[in-house]
Design a protein around this ligand. Sequence first.
Ligand SMILES: [Zn+2]
Ligand SMILES: [Zn+2]
Length: 349
Amino acid sequence: MSLVKTAIRINAPASVVWSILDESHRYPDWNSVVQAMAGRTTLGKELALTFSPADRILNINVRVSRLVALREFRWGGKLPRRIWKGSFLAVKIIPLFMRGEHSLIIKPECHTSCSLIHEEAFSGLLPRLTWKLIEPMFSKAYDQMNIELKSRAERIYNKTCGFSLHPVVDKGHFREAGSNIEAVGKLHCHCVREKIEISVSERSSHNHLCGCSICWKPQGALFSQVAVVPTDSLEVTANGHKLAVVDPVATIRRYACQMCGVHMYGRVDDSNNHYYGMDFVHLELAENQSNSPPEFAGYVSSLIESGVNPSEMASIRRALSEKDIDCYDVLSPELMDVISFHRRKINGL
Ligand SMILES: [Zn+2]
Ligand SMILES: [Zn+2]
């Protein structure tokens, strides 16, 4: 076996580097060596590569041979697809001449950097005979791909603008907002005329950012802002005829304006549900903007389900932490403890 071995240090978290490698449909945007990768990055699945180790472009079918999330991506291949596919030579003879096992191994160094080991192990007669030709050619190509990967990872990780977390958070001074008001007050939808009006006679709790794909978000914002109010404190006080439930089968029935689409409140009707007795509101709709600021961000990883690229998640999480907002992928630990105990209560402790 003959080994082409390259490495590079990258000033971005392992998760960013991994995501770029895993977002195979975006290879044409940055990779001059593996110029395209079609297929699913799943163990055992076949990938069709457009591969350019030098000036030539080869179309190769490979198979994912190892996949350890965030750490290791390997594939094996043996032949240019368009020349040999389906032939006896392809299946029986060519592997004796040349086979390659490509590996990309990520080693985290700290939360903000990692190193990449990028290798290809060749076996067969051909590499042995032509090693002096193959080794420098592949080393040069993989060094080039490493540089391109490093450049993309560091650029994505260091991106500090270009996305809106939420208008309230983007302004930056939300921590200074007072949170001692006694009642949320009136909330309105975005219609110009005949606005729906909701009145909340109590203060809100647990105001947070939500990254799920269901909650209503201001246009362009990654997150929704959601707070909890007691169900018996909320009343529809104007133009309630414009309200409709967004999804009748969802656990949280979200009442939205049929004209402007704004979600006015969410309510749970199932008395066994842990949210029963609490309504959900979006505080940016309130007349009084002195309501409590967001305390944490929940369902952050769910942003990916809404179309955010995984490689951008680290910079989004970092932007939240720079705003002093803790990130969780469900809800805050304290709320999750309450929900878990509720499940026990339902089952009779
Ligand atoms: Zn409206
Ligand atoms: Zn949500």
